[in-house]
Design a protein around this ligand. Structure first.
Ligand SMILES: Nc1nc2c(c(=O)[nH]1)N[C@H]1C(S)=C(S)[C@@H](COP(=O)(O)O)O[C@H]1N2
Ligand SMILES: [Mo]
Length: 198
C-alpha cells in the first residue's frame, strides 16, 4: 500500500497555507508530557476496545500482525508549534473497529499512566486516526508515546494520546484530562479551538 497523505484535498506543502492560524513551524520534535514517561514493555502491552457488552483486546504480537498503514502528515500542538511532513506507521482505527458491534458516537482514549482524551468516533474513522508504533521508520520512542500512541493529526496534538492502552466507546462525551483542565472539548487547529470558549 502507498503512503496515506492526510492533506484532505489540500496539496500538502510546507507553506503558510498549511499552517493553521497562530502556529509556527518547527523542525524539532518537542516532548510534551504531563507527568513521567510510563515504562511499558511490549510483553505486557495490550490494546483494548471497550464497548457495552464487548471488549476486544490485542497483545503486542497480535497488534503487529494487523494490517498497518504508512502515514505522512502535519501535526499541530496547542502550544503553537506545528511540524510538517511527519511519517508514521500504525493500524487504522477503522481496522480495529471492524468487529465492534456497538455504534456509539464518542470515545475516550486512555493511556498507561492515566492520561485520557475524548474524541468523537467520526474523527477516529474513515482514515482519520491510527494507533501508531513507528515514527520516521524507527520504533516509536518511549518519550513520544512508545510502544504505541494514538495519532489524530487533524486535531491538536493533545488528542494523540501517548502510551495509549485502549478506547472506551460512549453514548455521551466525557471530557478527558486536558479537556477538564481548560482545553477545548474538540480542538480543531484550523478554527483555533485551543481553550474552553474559543
Ligand atoms: N499520555 C499522554 N499523552 C499525551 C500527552 C501527555 O501528557 N500524556 N500530552 C499531549 C500533548 S499536550 C501533546 S502536544 C503531545 C506531545 O507529543 P510529543 O511529546 O510526542 O511531542 O502528546 C499528547 N499526548
Ligand atoms: Mo500539546
Amino acid at each position: 500500500m502507498g503512503i496515506i497523505n492526510t492533506g484532505f484535498g489540500r496539496r500538502r506543502r510546507e507553506s503558510s497555507e498549511n499552517l493553521p492560524p497562530g502556529q509556527f513551524v518547527t523542525s524539532d520534535f518537542p516532548v510534551l508530557s504531563y507527568g513521567p514517561t510510563p515504562e511499558v514493555s511490549t510483553d505486557e502491552w495490550e490494546f483494548e476496545i471497550r464497548a457495552p457488552g464487548q471488549t476486544l483486546r490485542w497483545s503486542w504480537e497480535e497488534f503487529l500482525a494487523l494490517p498497518a498503514e504508512d502515514i505522512e502528515t502535519d501535526i499541530h500542538c496547542v502550544t503553537h508549534w506545528s511540524k510538517f511532513g511527519t511519517h508514521w506507521r500504525g493500524v487504522a482505527i477503522d481496522t480495529l473497529m471492524e468487529d465492534v458491534e456497538a455504534d456509539l458516537p464518542y470515545a475516550t482514549a486512555y493511556s498507561y499512566g492515566g492520561y485520557t482524551t475524548n474524541v468523537p468516533m467520526e474523527d477516529l474513522l474513515d482514515g482519520k486516526a491510527w494507533v501508531a508504533y513507528e515514527f520516521e521508520g524507527e520504533p516509536l520512542e518511549a518519550e513520544h508515546g512508545g510502544p504505541a500512541r494514538l495519532l489524530v493529526p487533524h486535531l491538536y496534538f493533545w488528542k494523540s494520546a501517548k502510551w495509549v492502552r485502549g478506547l472506551r466507546l460512549e453514548e455521551t462525551e466525557e471530557p478527558g484530562f486536558w479537556e477538564t483542565n481548560g482545553y477545548h472539548l474538540y480542538g480543531d487547529p484550523w478554527r483555533e479551538q485551543r481553550y474552553w470558549g474559543s
